[in-house]
Design a protein around this ligand. Structure first.
Ligand SMILES: [Mn+2]
Length: 371
């Protein structure tokens, strides 16, 4: 069993679910530290700022539809760096040899595995502000990336400067999800947007496109509450963004990224607490991380099904073979009191064609012939 095999299978199923849909793939990397003695750490490469800790990295691609329903993983790579030191990515290596190439490789995998989707949009954070990503993106895959590096435009002006000098194009109101130490809030967001042409950075050679045309959307929160760092993002996208409506859509695509943070929290905190695992064999740790990522994705789907009227189908999370186990667990977990039963009913996934588990007389019904 390898992570590649597990995720290939998961990706294939996600591809089936994505058929005909406009899908968004959120990609992100998380670092997972190991909880073993110094001797046991020997097989693990450096992670963290300056390589201060030891552990593995996981790069995950989570597929959602435009309503926010989690369709599943497209791919996940889990690895540990070799050598005692973090290898410098800066000089003398081609982009395909660098660890940062993963952001582009993920786009290629998404294009292959989600070939039946109507459209594919990749969303990623500031770490993926990479010129070669925009220059090399596969056709039919669009990008929404938070900018973090100074970018010079054709004509000499800096990207951030251009947007700072523009008047506001309009306001939108959005909710900003809660994060550790921060409550959910409504935010007034001021938008600026422009079509720009970015110049190739000097350190890149002529084999990379000399310039790339992107849309830039600057969003900044006005009147943020006292003590709260106001939202200020500069987003680059391969979509043409020529209206306030389009700019707002770009921001909404980026806001959807918080789901992957929720996935990583599931992996690292209460549910799996993977960083507490005492496993000194790197290959075993990597395989376990892959399994835990798949299970965390299912948990994320179940949590969304419990909390909202997602209307998501049971087959999003489970295989037909899982049915007997789910039946047994459902009976076992259902409480004796009426309140507890209600609670259990709320946590079952509604089928598109009626209730799947827990009919009134306690016998389960199966109305979807596909399961
Ligand atoms: Mn990240």
């Amino acid at each position: 069993m390898t992570v590649a095999k597990l995720t290939e299978q998961a990706g294939r199923r996600t591809g089936e679910r994505a058929q005909g849909l406009d899908v968004v793939v959120i990609q992100d990397t998380t670092e997972i530290s190991v909880n073993v003695t110094d001797a046991g750490r020997a097989g693990f490469g450096p992670i963290g700022r300056g390589g201060a800790s030891r552990g593995v990295l996981a790069h995950v691609d989570l597929c959602v539809d435009k309503s926010g329903t989690v369709l599943g993983l497209v791919d996940a790579k889990v690895w540990t760096r070799t050598g005692g030191k973090r290898v410098s990515n800066r000089h003398g290596r081609s982009f395909t040899e660098k660890e940062s190439h993963r952001w582009l490789a993920t786009c290629e995998t998404a294009k292959t595995r989600l070939s039946c989707a109507r459209s594919i949009t990749m969303v990623s954070d500031a770490e993926s502000d990479i010129y070669e990503l925009f220059a090399g993106k596969p056709e039919g895959v669009e990008l929404v990336v938070r900018s973090s590096k100074p970018r010079r435009l054709v004509g000499g002006e800096m990207l951030s400067q251009k947007l700072n000098n523009m008047p506001s194009c309009g306001m939108i109101e959005r909710s900003i999800p809660a994060a550790p130490g921060r409550k959910e809030r409504r935010a007034q967001l001021q938008l600026r947007y422009a079509q720009v042409v970015i110049k190739r950075p000097d350190q890149l050679g002529a084999h990379t496109a000399a310039e790339i045309a992107v849309s830039a959307v600057d969003v900044r929160e006005v009147d943020a509450p006292e003590g709260i760092l106001p939202v200020h993002w500069l987003i680059m996208t391969s979509y043409e963004t020529e209206t306030l409506q389009k700019a707002a859509e770009t921001i909404d695509l980026y806001r959807g990224r918080f789901l992957i943070e929720q996935l990583f929290r599931t992996l690292k905190t209460a549910e799996f607490n993977i960083e507490a695992l005492e496993l000194s064999d790197p290959q075993a740790f990597i395989a376990f991380t892959g399994l835990a990522l798949l299970a965390s994705t299912t948990i994320l789907q179940l949590v969304k099904a419990r909390d909202g009227n997602s209307g998501q189908h049971l087959s999003l999370s489970f295989e037909a073979d899982d049915k007997p186990v789910l039946m047994v667990l459902s009976h076992k977990l259902e409480g004796k009191t009426e309140k507890r039963k209600t609670h259990i009913r709320q946590t079952t996934l509604p089928s598109q064609r009626g209730s799947w588990l827990g009919s009134e007389d306690g016998t389960a019904t199966m109305e979807n012939p596909a399961l």
